[in-house]
Write a protein that binds this ligand. Structure first.
Ligand code: 6LW
Length: 504
């Protein structure tokens, strides 16, 4: 559901809210395209389109077939698909990304239409690291640059690399984790943009330039050109950026950031989100402009898309691109055909405590929101969950006879509430995520998560209210964010519809 845009004078950041980290952007004519990491989820690498850099619509996922994305069932959350780079060259889109699961590595997929289909993976075993970047020089030679920062010559159509990797730059003095490299030919220079400091509060963006794609590089005297480390700002962890030039010649940066809520230290629950900021050039170096939650809009016409449907009715053959599941989505466990107009989930032994639980969810994209679903649990056990990972999730679960609220935090798991289902196994389950109750102090969490059932007359009866800080990255760690969705822990569970709406 896109943010409601202010009058054209400002735009709301993040431009792609919810767990959409490590953004990579390219422009073809008047159209912008952007890709993000996706870790343990299938399908992987969400792809977005925009005409104005401010309003984005998901048009698909680059890895939407098992041949492209296979993740081991026992792989822990935040494994799998790390940072991609999306580029357009010679009339085709190219995307390179790392599958960090055992025995996978760096792969390239290509497409003429970014909405897909994308090719089968072209594996590139010689690419020596994560966060691979692609750039072509004037001779058409392709250079792949990876975290560290190292570089190797690559043929993206075969995955073949040539020569030994060479070290290019390791970022600012003493900075840790030089990663997320992107190379650009701008004017007389090759610019090497990197993230450093690690993707937590110390995250930042630095840049260097040289006369060739392999350097030598001189660092910008004003590095880091973007960081919020050590400052009191509502957007934190800013880093992992990509640059794009607009048709009017202006430059813009997309980057990841987080919006911590609550007291100290601040807990972010939506994961790392995609933000936008303007860039100007001074003495041949980029200067990042305003970074704020309500930022000055670009000077061109904005193209707000249609407001996203609140209700998913599942009267589709395939789940829409924003629906994601841990690791895979085999037809025998996920079906919208078995009971037309319903989503049927067939458990495969695991509850939400298992890495391959049968779960279909969408990213939580708003700090306060509500989700509801009509479930038929006659032949199984399942319900509505807020999932961060297999060790951090809250859910309301229905069976043929009762409903219960379960909380899993780390090694602790408990049934928080339980009651018979007077109206039988077909029931509307709901979850609301709201501001914590006043008074707020340094010990207040970021939000509260309430679960309940909706009676035939539409009244919502809350069964349990839980502190949301335990479903935050500061508690759980990892690289993802909350995903709200439906699951089956036992037997077969049918879902007639699913609603998601932001709360004012
Ligand atoms: C990604 C690295 C990073 O590979 O976190 O924020 C890692 N940056 O560049 C996973 O997102």
């Amino acid at each position: 559901m896109p943010h409601q845009q202010q009058a054209d004078s400002t735009f709301a950041n993040p431009v792609i809210p919810g767990f959409h980290p490590d953004p990579s952007i390219c422009r073809v004519g008047d159209d912008y395209y952007l890709a993000c990491s996706s870790f343990e989820y299938f399908p992987g690498v969400p792809l977005f389109h925009s005409r104005d850099l401010v309003h984005w619509r998901q048009i698909g996922n680059a890895l939407d077939r098992p041949e492209q994305l296979s993740l081991p069932a026992d792989m822990p959350s935040s494994g799998g698909i790390y940072a991609p780079t999306l580029r357009h060259h010679d009339g085709r889109f190219w995307l390179i990304v790392t599958n960090v699961a055992e025995g996978r590595g760096n792969l390239i997929v290509t497409a003429t239409d970014p909405a897909g289909p994308w090719s089968d993976p072209i594996w590139a075993p010689g690419v020596p690291g994560i966060d691979p970047d692609l750039v072509w020089d004037e001779d058409g030679t392709c250079w792949c640059t990876v975290a560290g920062v190292a570089q190797v010559r690559l043929d993206p159509s075969t995955g073949e690399t040539y020569g030994a990797p060479r070290k290019l730059w390791s970022g600012g003095p003493g900075a840790k984790a030089p990663e997320a490299p992107h190379l650009y030919r701008i004017g007389d220079y090759w610019y090497l943009l990197i993230a450093e400091g690690g993707t937590e509060r110390g995250h930042g963006v630095s840049i260097a330039r040289g006369r060739t794609p392999s350097g030598p590089f001189e660092p910008c005297p004003d590095n880091p050109i973007l960081t919020h480390r050590g400052i009191d700002h509502p957007i934190q962890n800013t880093g992992h950026a990509d640059l794009v030039q607009a048709p009017d010649g202006s430059w813009w940066m997309v980057f990841l950031g987080v919006r911590p809520g609550g007291g100290t230290p601040g807990w972010h629950v939506l994961g790392r989100e995609t933000f936008l900021a303007p860039v100007t050039w001074v003495d041949g170096w980029p200067v990042v402009g305003e970074v704020s939650l309500e930022a000055s809009a670009p000077g061109w016409q904005l193209f707000p898309g249609p407001v996203e449907e609140q209700r998913e009715d599942f009267d589709v053959n395939e789940l829409r691109p924003q629906w994601i599941s841990p690791r895979d989505r085999p037809a025998e466990h996920y079906s919208t055909k078995e009971r037309p107009g319903w989503l049927t989930l067939r458990a495969r032994g695991g509850s939400l405590d298992e890495p391959d639980v049968v779960f279909a969810g969408r990213r939580q994209q708003h700090l306060t929101c509500r989700a509801r679903t009509l479930v038929d649990a006659t032949s199984g056990r399942g319900g509505l969950a807020v999932r961060l990972d297999e060790r951090h999730h809250y859910e309301i679960e229905a069976s043929a006879t009762d409903v219960r609220v379960i909380a899993r935090v780390g090694s602790l798991s408990t049934v928080v509430a339980s009651q018979p289902l007077p109206t039988g196994p077909v029931v509307v389950l709901g979850v609301t995520v709201t501001e914590p109750p006043a008074p707020h102090d340094s010990r207040t969490g970021p939000d509260v998560v309430s679960f309940g059932i909706e009676g035939p007359d539409g009244t919502f009866t809350a069964l349990a209210t839980l502190d949301g800080r335990y479903l935050s990255t500061e508690v759980a760690g990892g690289f993802t964010g909350r995903v709200i969705g439906m699951y089956a822990a036992e037997g077969t569970v049918h879902f007639d519809w699913f609603d998601y709406e932001p709360l004012a």
